[in-house]
Design a protein around this ligand. Structure first.
Ligand SMILES: Nc1ncnc2c1ncn2[C@@H]1O[C@H](COP(=O)(O)OP(=O)(O)OP(=O)(O)O)[C@@H](O)[C@H]1O
Ligand SMILES: [Mg+2]
Length: 234
């Protein structure tokens, strides 16, 4: 069984005037431990696909199974807990809460789980340490660089120890140096922590940090075979 199993998925958005179907009869499998870069032109359905994997949106037809769980069959309440435990999501714009410190931002997903405060604290400190921000725990987002804010967002994505990390253009707002730092960190989550990663990117240099590139074009997949584990940046 694949960790991520997308079968014959169609997604149609019905707007006021017209229907848009970014994904049509799309199937794709991702195994545990993969690091997949999802590429494709603007509007090709990359974010739509990532949102389906995260249970943020539901397919119009077809099935999305993560670790055997049919995501679209979960109730809203079950979905929120499932997502916290199973999926970490990294957004292009970081999506940090400006009035909360790094520590408090990373704590947010844990508040959905019934964990004692001491357990939360331990997990938060481990996550901040993993992204190299132990010394910034009590800084607000505006007191940090873009690269540091993105690392807080990554800490938030991994704090509940999910199997899967989904990242939508995680380096889109960063300069080359900060982008490289973020990509190395994502690769380390894959290599050292065994996370399965799916990263949307426009940037071929970013895709090089992955182990397999999947091209999405007009809702169709143009897949390439997995690259060998060895990697120039590793
Ligand atoms: N909630 C929505 N309602 C209506 N249409 C939508 C919605 N979300 C996405 N779409 C449409 O679906 C298509 C695919 O959008 P999507 O955001 O998945 O593209 P993308 O590949 O992520 O593009 P980009 O690289 O610009 O982020 C677009 O035509 C978009 O307008
Ligand atoms: Mg997008």
């Amino acid at each position: 069984m694949s960790l991520i199993d997308i079968e014959s998925v169609t997604k149609t958005f019905s707007g006021a005037s017209e229907e848009v179907t970014p994904l049509e009869n799309l199937s794709m499998r991702i195994e545990e431990g993969e690091f997949v870069a999802l590429m494709g032109p603007s509007g090709s359905g990359k974010t739509t696909l990532l949102n389906l994997m995260a249970g943020i949106d539901r397919p119009t037809r077809g099935s999305v199974r993560i670790a055997g769980e049919e995501v679209s069959a979960l109730s809203a309440r079950a979905l929120a807990k499932w997502r916290t435990r199973s999926i970490g999501f990294v957004f292009q714009g970081y999506n940090l809460i400006p009035v909360l410190t790094a520590y408090e931002n990373v704590e947010i997903p844990l508040l959905l789980l019934d964990l004692p405060r001491a357990d939360r604290r331990r997990k938060i400190l481990v996550a901040l340490e993993a992204v190299g921000l132990s010394d910034r725990a009590h800084h607000l987002p505006r007191q940090m660089s873009g690269g540091q804010q993105q690392r807080v967002a990554i800490a938030r994505a991994i704090v509940a120890d999910p199997k899967v990390v989904l990242a939508d253009e995680p380096t889109g707002n960063l300069d080359r140096t900060a982008a490289t730092g973020t990509l190395k960190l994502l690769r380390r989550l894959n290599d050292e922590f065994g996370k399965t990663l799916v990263m949307v990117t426009h940037d071929p240099a970013a895709a090089e940090f992955s182990k397999r590139v999947v091209h999405l074009d007009k809702g169709r997949i143009v897949d390439t075979p997995p690259l060998p584990g060895a990697h120039p940046h590793a």
